[in-house]
Write a protein that binds this ligand. Structure first.
Ligand code: AMP
Length: 182
């Protein structure tokens, strides 16, 4: 099963992805985590990605697609995976379709976690990551609205999209996500 966890920054994709990966016994791929690890380890991808991640901008599509392709070639992804934070642009969505088609796979479901902007800002300020200052959070929400949110229509038209209320405690939200998957 290829599952895409979709939603603005701060809706809880990462938290839910970890829980679902455990419950469903499939791998979890977070492009944000992959970039943070690459930056910490000062790899070539990390050097490329740093200025974008620090500023809350999208890393260029080719770089993102390359790390996803590399990660998905690993054996732990043979039974499927939960994608968290990817795709974020139409070009990434197309690249994902092509990548999956080469493996004879396709997306099973796209779960969209819905949380209002004010709740998101409060949550992220509390999390306090380096890119979680109020100004950068607002930029990331703008990037989401302009570049990523249009994918909702794309996946909606394909009949893959299920929206879930992301407000509530972690267990409550994860049971809603599981319902959306059944
Ligand atoms: P996240 O942990 O998902 O909030 O991602 C943190 C940062 O990593 C984002 O603000 C982007 O700079 C970068 N990033 C993660 N995933 C992507 C993606 N699919 N496309 C472009 N940039 C990404």
């Amino acid at each position: 099963m290829i599952l895409v966890l979709f939603g603005a920054p701060g809706v809880g994709k990462g938290t839910q992805a970890v829980i679902l990966a455990e419950k469903l016994g499939i791998a979890h791929l977070s492009t944000g985590d992959a970039f943070r690890a690459a930056i910490k380890n000062q790899t070539a991808v990390g050097m490329l990605a740093k200025e974008y991640v620090d500023a809350g901008k999208l890393v260029p599509d080719e770089v993102v697609t390359r790390i996803v392709e590399e990660a998905m070639s690993g054996t732990q992804f043979a039974d499927g995976c939960i994608l968290d934070g990817f795709p974020r642009t139409r070009a990434q969505a197309d690249a994902l379709d092509q990548l999956l088609a080469k493996k004879g796979l396709s997306i099973g479901r796209v779960v969209n976690l819905e949380v209002d902007d004010e709740t998101i800002i409060a949550r992220l300020l509390q999390r306090g990551r380096a890119d979680d200052t109020e100004a950068i959070i607002r930029d990331r929400l703008n990037v989401y609205n302009n570049e990523t949110a249009p994918l909702l229509e794309y996946y909606g038209e394909k009949g893959l999209l299920h929206s879930v209320n992301g407000i509530g405690d972690v267990e409550e939200v994860s049971s809603r996500v599981l319902v959306a998957l059944n």
